[in-house]
Design a protein around this ligand. Structure first.
Ligand SMILES: [Zn+2]
Length: 71
């Protein structure tokens, strides 16, 4: 995953690599993550990859089991 290729599925909003996602969708227009129909044209490179990456990190941190918080 590189920030210049940061993209996301328009259906499930799961982040993905733009080039890989396009390649998959051009072969079959189904998101490999959510199995919904996604046009290759609907996948776009994020205009704010760093912001989205940070938001994703926050999301994972908040929703994950808070094991390390006590110690
Ligand atoms: Zn999806």
């Amino acid at each position: 995953m590189v920030l210049s290729e940061w993209s996301s599925c328009p259906q499930c909003l799961m982040c993905c690599n733009y080039t890989d996602m396009k390649r998959v969708l051009e072969a079959e227009p189904l998101c490999p993550i959510c199995d919904k129909q996604v046009s290759p044209m609907a996948v776009v490179i994020s205009s704010n990859p760093e912001g989205e990456f940070k938001a994703l990190c926050e999301l994972l941190k908040d929703s994950g089991p808070a094991k390390d918080e006590q110690n």
